[in-house]
Design a protein around this ligand. Structure first.
Ligand code: KIV
Ligand code: ZN
Length: 394
């Protein structure tokens, strides 16, 4: 499974990153065109297949940012978003001028709630607009993606009908967004299975999942969609995005890496670039990553409890399911605190260059425990002071 040459191409999951569109449009995440361009280069180095660079019709600033990305970023398909409106689609075509692999991504709401309250359109009118949007986009680009917004709250037979019409009109990616993070893993898996069996021309299109995180299920739902046959997943670095965010790219990619055999799927992401890319995004947006965030959070490979530290010193597999180096951290971290034990203290003191006998270690350990009761974390400098202080007293 880890040998790229032996992998079945059908098991490849394309990573469509929308940090610069769905992510960037969320509170606290807006970026200047120069920052977007810089981040697009980082995404290309990470190995994403598609970079959704923006929504050109939304502003002149976005138009400028997408144009620069389309001209400069070479390693990935550059996608732009449009409603099924002539003006939006033409703005995408202008913005993508110069891109090596341009994609126009058109969307329209399909659920009864959105049809009635947001669009004021009947099913037939939505279907007609979707076909018009895909056909118009195809006049400007060979690579067209169609999204049925709020798909998970849409009648499945209407969803299959509109997806069939989109394929007939020339769409080659069918994106099924869980726009409001409403679905569950078993439900989305069944929906993908249903669509693959019922969309006319399904074999000509790649099915794509786009999950939001309102119930904290975006990654689980995206993985379930893969089980149901999705071969593109739309996600963002650090899971940024509308409300509670989108599927977190780093979590999805590492789930497929660690449990690749279970899912029978893989990506072409260079996982060692996950932490640097996450940090770059935090610096650009000023939005911190929570400490206990999977993969890229500061605690993701940190161990404080004595039992865990003791286990880790014997075999790292006791409490780690992936190697920190494989996601871009330098190493695991043994945090010295109130919960730490003698084994970890002794190991850290050796790393700091001290060779203590049993009695010296006992005395430093007693001092360490007393200090750890007062301080949340005991740093290397504190340990050095403890050892040197014990030396002087002896
Ligand atoms: O969440 C959503 O439905 C979207 C679409 C525009 C793809 O972001
Ligand atoms: Zn979205």
């Amino acid at each position: 499974m880890n040998d790229p040459a032996s992998r079945d191409p059908a098991s490849r999951v394309r990573i469509f990153d929308t940090s610069l569109r769905d992510g960037e449009q969320s509170p606290g995440c807006s970026m200047t065109p120069a920052q977007k361009l810089r981040f697009a280069h980082a995404l290309s180095e990470l190995g994403v297949d598609v970079i959704e660079a923006g929504f050109p019709a939304s502003s002149e600033t976005d138009m400028g940012a997408v144009r620069a990305i389309a001209r400069e970023v070479r390693g990935a398909t550059v996608a732009t978003l449009a409603r099924c409106h002539e003006g939006d689609i033409e703005a995408c075509a202008r913005a993508l001028d110069g891109a090596v692999h341009p994609r126009i991504h058109v969307f329209i709401s399909t659920s009864p709630l959105h049809r009635e309250h947001k669009l004021g359109l009947s099913r037939e009118q939505v279907l007609e607009r979707a076909v018009m949007g895909v056909e118009l986009a195809r006049r400007h680009a060979d690579d067209v993606e169609f999204s049925a917004e709020d798909a998970l709250r849409t009648e499945p037979e209407f969803l299959a009908q509109i997806c069939s019409a989109a394929v007939a009109a020339g769409a080659r990616t069918l994106n099924i967004p869980d726009t409001v993070g409403y679905t569950t893993p078993s439900e989305i898996r069944s929906l993908f299975e249903y669509l693959r069996a019922n969309v006319v021309g399904a074999g000509q299109a790649v099915f794509s999942a786009h999950c939001h995180n309102d119930l904290g299920l975006a990654v689980a739902n995206s993985l379930a969609a893969i089980e149901g046959g999705a071969r593109q997943v739309e996600c963002t670095i650090n899971g940024i995005g509308e409300r509670a965010g989108n599927c977190a790219l780093e979590e999805l990619v590492m789930a497929l890496r660690v449990r690749g055999e279970y899912y029978g799927a893989h990506t072409r992401i260079d996982s060692r670039r996950l932490v640097p890319t996450s940090r770059l995004l935090s610096r650009i947006t000023g939005m911190a990553v929570q400490r206990n965030k999977a993969v890229v959070g500061q605690n993701a490979f940190a161990h404080e409890s004595g039992i865990h530290q003791h286990g880790m010193l014997k075999h790292r597999g006791t409490y780690e399911i992936m190697r920190p180096e494989d996601v871009g951290w330098a190493q695991s971290q043994m945090v010295m605190g109130r919960h730490s034990g003698r084994a970890a203290l002794s190991d850290r003191l050796q790393t700091l260059g001290f060779a203590l006998d049993e009695a010296q270690l006992n005395s430093v350990f007693a001092g360490f425990k007393a200090l750890a009761e007062k301080k949340r974390e005991v740093f290397d400098a504190d340990l050095e002071a403890l050892v040197l202080g014990a030396d002087k007293r002896a």
